[in-house]
Design a protein around this ligand. Structure first.
Ligand SMILES: Nc1ncnc2c1ncn2[C@@H]1O[C@H](COP(=O)(O)OP(=O)(O)O)[C@@H](O)[C@H]1O
Ligand SMILES: C=C(OP(=O)(O)O)C(=O)O
Ligand SMILES: [Ca+2]
Ligand SMILES: [Mn+2]
Length: 670
């Protein structure tokens, strides 16, 4: 049915003229019942003329055909007319052929039969002519006979409708965001992230202890790929996003995301760079493709599989397969891993950092693991936001990889983080939050579903975002650590060797939630503040960072956004307002002029004063009641740093042997 399904289209409604004179009109609904003649009803000349004779016609008027910037040549040639379902302003056939090629089974057919549009409404849409295969007709299976509908680059409004209609757990919140549930997984699954080890990647990538790359072979990847593709093709419809990564036009990547849920499609719409209609028309073949089968599990009898979840990357095929998890963050962080492989090949450094720029063009990077404050601190009302999570640093400056932000929203408060609060509106995906069943007001303090509640919104939802998201070379490199031990100073200035030491160490207390199974903060070391995403050995990225910082004269800083006055449990988290003051002082340059003194053991330079921050907290021991406990904890943490760094002591960093020595000496001394 073409309409919304509520109206009766098989018979006309009409008033019985005779009954209307003396009683309530009787409604007759018999098919073919006569409409009143003009003489029998009151003529009201003020009523506007209508342009429809039937309900179907009325409904067809409601939706205006999208005005594409390029003609719908293929669609027109097929006699395509506007349908009442979601439409796409791109040429029909070439897109369908391209998607069909993406979704081709590797063993049976050249590609599934695809139709554009929503199966519920798209009866009259064009489909791709099914290319005959070399397989004899007798071998054709049922799957070869069915059509799969493709919902290509739908708009947020269309995706809302799809989600609300078909995906349980989808609701509009009081501010217009789309609340969704990500299912059993509410965080990434790093233990299920695999990378194909072939001749090339065996030599190039980081494998073994500490590496995030769990190996799998090509054959197993193809088994999982086939499983995902078969699942997607078995559905009535799939969502396809064709988008870009990286705002640096010379190093842009074309990505295609095939998924089963409107939630995933809207998430990636927000997180990747959105093409213009012209760019979409000329999209061509993607550089990288994700097959996201979501809740459909991997087969545990498949070699290498250790659970029903597997997130698999094949760099040679430029493909990623997701089985058994609906957590959308896997897609964005999976692509980030790919950039960590591709960009260094072009002498571009990929960074797990936030990035913003002051009015005078001073750029700051914010490195840090999940929950340390990249998103919160790079979103600063007084500065331009370049991006909150993934960047590239090239010969010409910095560029954001993404087109959106992914903010944690546990305990989100309007007063503390107004820009993020206001970004949660129509178009934003709100994952796993709890809301009032009637008012649909979100309770950001509610952890019933998970601690890792999230909002994904397009970067332009932040009022002072810098579009295009590029900037000059960074002036400040801020390393964020959320120190659950409460012994690192809230702010310290680092020399280059110390910056490298802490960059390679990548210390934080992992905050609960973002990774599966972590319920309490615990000390963690993650090389380059993103070991889960890097592909090469950490020292490769460190050498590039050192070279760039040296060339640009950038200053390194270590900021503890974690505990003060005691460890987690006895101390308390440093107030966000204080951390913001510290960051302000870094940006303004005033902190460079402060007087510093060196701490024992870690040898960190701490300032005597920061405007707006109580001086007692600048030296951690002062904030602790139990001074012995402080010393013990400090030594304990220093020991953890030393242990962790053992694996790096045999690696040379850059061409300069001196730097390696200096870095080794920049760690704790005790
Ligand atoms: N002093 C602080 N500095 C930074 N963030 C803080 C601080 N205190 C509390 N927070 C909270 O910690 C979380 C930091 O998360 P987020 O900025 O999303 O981290 P990331 O982007 O690095 O994963 C936010 O929920 C923020 O409100
Ligand atoms: C999405 C993530 O990013 P972050 O927590 O760094 O914002 C993640 O680590 O899963
Ligand atoms: Ca239409
Ligand atoms: Mn973040």
């Amino acid at each position: 049915m073409a309409g919304n399904g509520n109206e009766n289209t098989s018979g006309d409604f009409s008033f019985s003229a005779a009954a209307a004179r003396d009683a309530l009109p009787r409604i007759t609904t018999e098919k073919g019942a006569k409409a009143p003649t003009p003489r029998e009803v009151c003529q009201d000349d003020t009523a506007p003329r209508v342009n429809f004779q039937t309900i179907d016609e009325l409904h067809s008027l409601q939706k205006k055909r999208s005005a594409p910037t390029t003609p719908l040549t293929n669609a027109n040639a097929n006699g395509l007319t506007g349908t009442s379902g979601p439409t796409t302003p791109v040429s029909g056939e070439s897109m369908l052929q391209s998607v069909s090629a993406s979704l081709a089974s590797l063993t049976r057919e050249t590609g599934p039969k695809l139709i554009r549009g929503d199966p519920a409404t798209a009866a009259k849409v064009a489909h791709v002519p099914h290319t005959p295969t070399s397989v004899p007709a007798a071998d054709v299976s049922d799957s070869g006979l069915k059509f799969t509908h493709v919902l290509h680059n739908l708009s947020p409004a269309e995706l809302y409708e799809q989600a609300i209609k078909y995906e349980k757990g989808s609701f509009v919140t009081s501010t217009g965001a789309l609340a969704t549930l990500s299912g059993a997984k509410t965080g990434r699954s790093p233990k299920d992230k695999r990378v194909v080890k072939d001749e090339t990647t065996a030599a190039e990538l980081w494998w073994g202890k500490g590496s995030p790359n769990i190996e799998m072979d090509e054959q197993t990847f193809l088994v999982n790929r086939e499983r995902a593709v078969d699942y997607l093709n078995s559905l009535d419809k799939v969502f396809v996003n064709d988008q870009f990564l990286n705002w640096d036009p010379e190093n842009r990547l074309k990505v295609r995301i095939v998924s089963a849920r409107a939630y995933h499609s809207l998430f990636m719409h927000n997180m990747c760079i959105r093409p213009t209609p012209e760019e979409l028309e000329n999209f061509g073949t993607p550089d990288f493709t994700i097959y996201n089968a979501g809740k459909f599990p991997c087969n545990r009898f498949t070699h290498y599989m250790t659970s029903s979840t597997s997130v698999d990357i094949n760099l040679a095929r430029r493909e990623m397969v997701i089985l058994g998890t609906q957590y959308a963050g896997e897609m964005k962080k999976g692509l980030f891993g790919v950039m960590h492989y591709l960009m260094p090949k072009r002498k571009i450094l990929s960074l797990h950092s936030g990035c913003n720029m002051g009015k005078d063009g001073d750029v700051a990077l914010f490195f840090g693991l999940s929950g340390t404050g990249k998103t919160t601190l790079s979103t600063d009302h007084n500065r331009y936001l370049i991006g909150d999570d993934e960047h590239c640093w090239s010969e010409t400056g910095v560029s954001n990889i993404e087109g959106g932000c992914y903010a944690k929203c546990i305990d989100l408060a309007r007063e503390k983080e107004p820009d993020i609060w206001n970004a949660i509106k129509f178009g934003t995906v709100l994952e796993n939050v709890v809301f009032d069943e009637h008012t649909r007001e979100v309770d950001y303090s509610d952890k019933s579903v998970t601690e890792n509640t999230r909002a994904a919104y397009p970067i332009e939802y932040i009022p002072n975002s810098k579009i295009p998201c590029v900037g000059p070379h960074p002036k400040n490199v801020i390393l964020l650590a959320c120190d659950a031990f409460g012994v690192l100073p809230p702010i310290s200035k680092l020399n280059l060797a110390q910056t490298m030491y802490h960059f390679i160490s990548g210390y934080t207390a992992l905050v609960a939630g973002t990774e599966e199974g972590v319920k309490e903060p615990r000390a963690t070391f993650s090389a380059c503040f993103g070991a889960a995403f890097i592909m090469l050995h950490p020292t490769k990225y460190a050498a590039m960072l050192a070279e760039k910082m040296q060339a640009q004269g950038a200053t390194g800083w270590l900021v503890n956004t974690g505990w003060s006055g005691g460890s987690y449990g006895s101390g308390s988290r440093i107030k966000l307002a204080y951390t913001r003051k510290i960051i302000d002082a870094i940006h303004s340059g005033s902190l460079l002029k402060a007087t510093y003194r060196k701490t024992d053991i870690f040898g960190l330079e701490i300032p005597d004063e920061v405007e707006g921050v109580p001086s007692e907290i600048l030296e951690p021991i002062n904030a602790w009641k139990d001074k012995d406990a402080y010393q013990d904890t400090l030594l304990k943490l220093a020991g953890l740093f030393k242990n962790n760094f053992e694996t790096f002591t045999s690696h040379k960093i850059g061409d300069d042997g001196n730097l390696t020595e200096e870095i080794l000496a920049a760690g704790p001394n005790f």
